[in-house]
Design a protein around this ligand. Sequence first.
Ligand SMILES: [Mg+2]
Length: 228
Amino acid sequence: MSRPAIVFDLDGTLVDSLPDIVFSFRWSFGALGLEAPPEAAVRAQVGLPLEAMYALFAPLAAVRDLAAGYRRHYAEHLANRSRPFPGVEVLLGALRERGYALAVATTKQTPMALRLVTAMGLDDALDHVQGTDGFAHKPAPDVIERALVALGADGRWMVGDTTHDVGAGKAAGLRTYAVTWGTHDAVRLRAAGPDVVASDLSGLLPALDRDGTVGGEDHRTGKGESAG
Ligand SMILES: [Mg+2]
């Protein structure tokens, strides 16, 4: 039997990167002499592909230049304020010790995702970083499926901060853990029907224990999390 795997979204899940993303997103409007949309409106859409995000706020003719401006600016500023969320390094270490293969599956393109993972010091803690490079983005399962192929492992849980992550995880046949410290709030996440909704990632190890995926007993307590 192949190793069990946990797949994580990156932005808003492992890394508190939304302020840098929102800053670069809004900066690109100013660089083209356009008025930037409000911060909160941008933040609510993080997790969509970049071009799709710009299409919500700008004339279609400007989307390509805005996205190019973002990629230039963000590549230089992606670690200004971004940090791993509290406990992430310890959690990834504990999962490794338990024998899980660990991957990121993100809507970012792979080179940028690798750059952020490395800048955050998480590259050694992960077995694979899979970006969305020209194929269907979440909630399609493709990015998760590619990550699992690269790991050569058996996917068990998808962990993310948006309904797109929950949808992709379910479509890939995984259990899903939704965390509220990123883009979407608990009400919106619950509507997508994840197995767990929680305010942080401290419930993941207990959820795996209940799941019994690595020799653990199946003792479902349901403590601390709410089912979707
Ligand atoms: Mg995210």
